[in-house]
Design a protein around this ligand. Structure first.
Ligand code: NAD
Length: 290
C-alpha cells in the first residue's frame, strides 16, 4: 500500500496526514479550506481540487471530518465508485454508530473494505503521531488498516465488528465528561469547605478519587498537573466538541436501550456552558461555573 487519499485536513487531519508523509506514503490530500490545503502542501502532501480526484488511484482513503452527515455525503457522492475497487477506507472522524455502519455497508456492497477508526488524543497527539485508534471492522480489515494507522498512533486497538470503534469512543468520552465534572465539583467543594485545592489534589490523586481529569489534566489553575486551566482554558479539548460527543453518546444510548442518567446530566451541563458562549474553552473550564 503506497498511496493514501486524506480527506479533511483540519486541526486533527492536518497533523495526521503529515505523519503519513513522514512514514513514506504518497498522500493525496483534499479539504474545502484553501488554508488547510496550503498547510498540507507544506507537509509534503499533493493536493487536489475535488475528493474524486484525490481518491483516484489511492490504495487507501483516510477521512477526518466534522460529523456523520458530512462523512456520509463525502463517501456516497465522491469516494464510493471513484476510488479503485478493493481500496481500504478508514473513517477516523467521531460520528454516530448508525452512520458508521451504514456507510461501511454501502462501501462493502460496492467492493471496498472499510473500518471505523475514531481516535483518542487531541491536536498535539495528532501532530505528534501518538493517537490511540479504536478500530471497528473484520479481522482482515483490521490487519489491512494497521500499517496505515501505525505512523499516526501510540496504540491501535481492534474493538470488534464495524461500528465498534465508534461505540468505544462514545462510551469513553461520556465517561470522560462525567469524571471531569465530578473532579471539578470535588475541587470546588474542597475549597469552599476550607481545604486548599492543591492539598486536596495531593491527597485525592493518591486515594480512591484518582482519575485522569484529576491526576493528568487538573482543571484548576495552578493546581496539580499542567493543563489548559493554566492557560485560561485555551487550547485542549473544546467544550463544543465534548457537547457533540455527549450528544452522540446519548443518541447511542437511546438506540441501545441503555440507561445513562449521569451522561444525560453531563450533556445538560455542557449544553448550558456552550450556549453561554464558552464553546471554544477547554472542557475543564466547567470548573469556573462552580
Ligand atoms: P476541524 O474542524 O479542525 O477539521 C475538519 C476539516 O474538515 C476542516 O478543515 C474542514 O474544512 C474539512 N471539511 C469539512 N467538510 C468537508 C468536506 N465535505 N470535504 C472535505 N473537507 C471537509 O475538526 P478537527 O478538530 O480536526 O476534528 C475532526 C474530527 O476529529 C471530528 O469528528 C472530531 O470530533 C474528531 N476529534 C477531534 C479531536 C480534537 O481534539 N480536535 C479529538 C478527537 C477526535
Amino acid at each position: 500500500m503506497k498511496t493514501i487519499a486524506f480527506i479533511g485536513l483540519g486541526n486533527m487531519g492536518g497533523g495526521m496526514a503529515a505523519n503519513l508523509v513522514v512514514a513514506g506514503y504518497k498522500v493525496h490530500a483534499f479539504d474545502l479550506s484553501e488554508a488547510a490545503l496550503e498547510k498540507a502542501r507544506g507537509s509534503g502532501c499533493e493536493t487536489y481540487s475535488t475528493v474524486s480526484e484525490a481518491v483516484a488511484g489511492a490504495d487507501a482513503v483516510v477521512s477526518m471530518l466534522p460529523n456523520g452527515a458530512i462523512v456520509k455525503s463525502v463517501y456516497t457522492s465522491e469516494v464510493i465508485g471513484k476510488a479503485p475497487k478493493g481500496a481500504l477506507f478508514l473513517d477516523c472522524s467521531t460520528i454516530d454508530v448508525a452512520t458508521a455502519r451504514e456507510v461501511a455497508h454501502l462501501a462493502e456492497e460496492a467492493g471496498y473494505t472499510m473500518v471505523d477508526a475514531p481516535v483518542s488524543g487531541g491536536i498535539a497527539a495528532a501532530s505528534g503521531g501518538s493517537l490511540t485508534f479504536m478500530v471497528g471492522g473484520t479481522s482482515e480489515a483490521f490487519a489491512m488498516a494497521q500499517p496505515v494507522l501505525e505512523p499516526m498512533s501510540k496504540a491501535v486497538i481492534h474493538a470488534g465488528q464495524i461500528g465498534s470503534g465508534q461505540v468505544a469512543k462514545m462510551c469513553n468520552n461520556m465517561l470522560l465528561a462525567i469524571h471531569m465534572i465530578g473532579t471539578c465539583e470535588a475541587m470546588a467543594l474542597a475549597r469552599k469547605a476550607g481545604l486548599a485545592p492543591q492539598k486536596f489534589y495531593e491527597i485525592s490523586s493518591k486515594s480512591t478519587g484518582y482519575n485522569w481529569s484529576l491526576n493528568d489534566y487538573t482543571p484548576v489553575p495552578g493546581v496539580g498537573a499542567t493543563s489548559p486551566a493554566d492557560y485560561d482554558y485555551q487550547g485542549g479539548f473544546a467544550s463544543a466538541l465534548m457537547l457533540k460527543d455527549l450528544g452522540l453518546a446519548i443518541d447511542g444510548a437511546h438506540d441501545a436501550h441503555a440507561k445513562v442518567p449521569l451522561g444525560e446530566h453531563a450533556l445538560e451541563i455542557y449544553k448550558a456552558f456552550v450556549e453561554s458562549g464558552n464553546g471554544n474553552k477547554d472542557f475543564g473550564a466547567i470548573f469556573t461555573t462552580l
